[in-house]
Design a protein around this ligand. Structure first.
Ligand SMILES: Cc1cc2nc3c(=O)[nH]c(=O)nc-3n(C[C@H](O)[C@H](O)[C@H](O)COP(=O)(O)O)c2cc1C
Length: 283
């Protein structure tokens, strides 16, 4: 008989997964429970199928998937994830199955704890240097999901980034902020440029942002500069040597010590993104 997730554990993990970062805070995912398996589907409502936003939808879904599995690990559930999209349903991105019990480690609990405190920090960062081993720690997180992490370093590259950000600000819903020179800037990329690669990028994004939060650092995901096809091509050809597709830029560093704590951004309740095809997780 197939191992099943305890309904109250599943309900709690689904509620926690709503805290995942998502493009324009749209929570563009749906969860469908069917015969003990939990399916993750992209919710592309209102989007043209050819729109570049589909990339960000799939990355956001990957982040929700990682938030869910992080919560499940902390709640003592071990799961297996299949992220190969189905050819018959392009919106089906992943399936999660219970494998058995899991003893949460201190690291599992720290990652889950970071879900509640993580915020997108759009204010300028402090010039205080980041820990010297930060890049290695975050690179390991990315590689665990098959994602390459490349830092944007040097005055020239960081200036190009600032210019690209500036160009996209006029058409962006996000506030024009002074990005400043502080913090670590990293690009997440993969060798393939398909749906599975973007879901993996979302998982890596969540792992990196939660790790940074657990270390007391501020963070921000940025797809805005990559919406400019010229900058996207420039990143791919110059920084990634033409071999990888760039998906997302992350900025990580120390927040300003006297900045007030950011409030939580709102979320739709998990029940609005969940469909039960067999048993109810509300028990
Ligand atoms: C794929 C993706 C792309 C994003 N792009 C940007 C961006 O370009 N600029 C920005 O300020 N925030 C960006 N964000 C952050 C979201 O706006 C943010 O996660 C959402 O508003 C929820 O707020 P929170 O992260 O504070 O919970 C992005 C998030 C994701 C997952």
């Amino acid at each position: 008989m197939r191992t099943r997730l305890d309904p109250s554990t599943l309900r709690l993990a689904l509620a926690v997964s709503t805290r995942a970062p998502s493009v324009h805070n749209t929570q563009p995912w749906r969860w469908v429970s069917e015969a003990g398996a939990l399916h993750l589907l992209a919710d592309r409502t209102g989007l043209n199928r050819a729109a570049p936003e589909h990339r960000d939808v799939e990355i956001s879904c990957g982040a929700a998937l990682h938030h869910l599995t992080t919560a499940l690990a902390a709640l003592g559930a071990r799961v297996a994830i299949r992220t190969t999209p189905s050819s018959s349903d392009p919106d089906l991105l992943a399936t999660v199955n219970a494998v058995g019990p899991h003893t949460p480690s201190a690291a599992d609990l720290a990652m889950a704890g970071a879900i509640g405190t993580r915020r997108t920090e759009r204010r300028p960062l402090s010039p205080c240097p980041v820990p010297t081993d930060l890049l290695d720690v975050l690179r390991t997180r990315a590689v665990n999901h098959g994602v390459q992490l490349t830092p944007i370093t040097g005055d020239v590259e960081r200036h190009r980034f600032a210019v690209a950000l500036d160009h996209t600000v006029a058409t962006s819903p996000w506030p024009a902020v002074d990005e400043g020179p502080a913090g670590l800037l990293i690009i997440l990329s993969t060798s393939a440029d398909d749906t599975a690669a973007r879901v993996h990028t979302g998982q890596a994004t969540s792992a990196i942002l939660l790790t940074a939060t657990a270390m007391g650092l501020a963070s921000r995901a940025l797809s805005q500069p990559l919406a400019d096809p010229h900058y996207r091509a420039e990143i791919r050809d110059r920084l990634l040597r033409g071999s990888h597709a760039p998906h997302l830029i992350l900025r990580i560093g120390h927040g300003q010590p006297v900045a007030p704590h950011l409030p939580r951004t709102p979320r739709r309740p998990w029940t609005e993104c969940y469909t039960e095809l067999s048993e109810s997780p509300s028990g």
